[in-house]
Design a binder for this molecule. Structure first.
Ligand SMILES: [Zn+2]
Length: 314
């Protein structure tokens, strides 16, 4: 299984994120080396696995845009060491300075590395709700990261975003237009999408997953997530998507692995409720069409329980 994945990775560049490969870039604390997705837009694709000592918490995508007049980084990373390693990669690609960091939500792997950037006087932008989330849960998120990342957590301190936005935040830099958006409620508070209208590319954050089962949290509203997707994201019709987790791809693929999955699971739980089913069996509704997704074993039954609790009162 592992050998096959490596073989595929060697033939097809870029290499693919995979739950079964613990680390693809042993020389770096990063899980994988960034590659150029389209001209001037780069991404270091994280493991499609839970955070571990081996991936150092690089289990989401850390991207950067080389605008011509400075670099914009998307995500602080799960710790300052990851941010520093990403910065070393950026320096290999361009001499332009990093001018802004954007956090895609309030999760640890979006925000914990912020202090590396703010220590250098670089602003960090996030949605107000993501900032509030991080303020409330930051201390416990930091403790969790220290447990799995061990020595790679050294140098990480909690630093809040320095700029927040509510509706949208427009940037013109180096002749590039960059729209920082909050399309609506989806995976977690303050989900942020970075949209490059001229390039037709969206760095979508956790509204979009590819190849990895989306985690559904107790505070996630799956019907809202589907609605935001259908009314706001889908009409934008991006040609390219860098999802929050998994390889860059197109709209059809992330639709299938994200709202396709949410709708499927809601359908199964809906049937279960109609048949008078209770929570204890709800965990085991059939999710076999999505069994091939990474983190299926960790998340499928949990997700079913959360969606049952949500739908029970709809
Ligand atoms: Zn995430």
């Amino acid at each position: 299984m592992i050998r096959k994945a490596i073989l595929v990775a060697c033939i097809a560049m870029p290499a693919f994120a995979d739950e079964t490969i613990a680390d693809k870039y042993p020389q770096s604390v990063l899980y994988d080396k960034p590659f150029e997705v389209i001209p001037n837009v780069w991404s270091a694709i994280g493991a499609t696995a839970p955070p571990t000592y081996e991936n150092a918490g690089h289990n989401n995508n850390l991207s950067f845009i080389v605008t011509g007049d400075g670099v914009i980084v998307i995500n602080g990373g799960a710790n300052a060491k990851l941010a520093e390693a990403l910065h070393a990669e950026i320096r290999e690609v361009t001499g332009q300075p990093v001018k802004l960091v954007i956090n895609e939500n309030g999760q640890g792997h979006a925000m914990l590395g912020n202090n590396y950037w703010t220590d250098q006087g670089i602003d960090v932008l996030a949605h107000v709700e993501a900032a509030a989330e991080f303020e409330e849960y930051g201390p416990q998120i930091l403790e969790g990261m220290k447990r799995y990342a061990r020595e790679n957590s050294e140098g990480t301190r909690l630093v809040a975003p320095t700029i927040t936005f509510e509706d949208r935040y427009d940037i013109e830099m180096g002749g590039m237009r960059i729209e920082v958006l909050h399309l609506g409620p989806a995976h977690s508070p303050g989900d942020t999408q970075v949209w490059l209208p001229e390039q037709n590319l969206m760095i979508a954050g956790d509204i979009a997953f590819n190849g990895r089962m989306p985690p559904i949290f107790t505070e996630t509203c799956t019907s809202c997530w589907i609605e935001t997707w259908e009314t706001a994201l889908e009409p934008m019709n991006p040609a390219y998507i860098i999802p929050g987790h998994g390889n860059p791809t197109n709209l059809a693929q992330v639709r299938n692995h994200t709202v396709g999955y949410l709708k499927y699971l809601r359908g199964k739980i809906g049937e279960h409720l109609e048949n008078g089913g209770a929570l204890d069996d709800a965990y085991y509704v059939d999710q076999s069409p999505y069994e091939h997704l990474d983190t299926y074993n960790e998340l499928a039954t949990k997700n079913a329980g959360v969606v049952f609790a949500e739908m029970e009162f709809e």
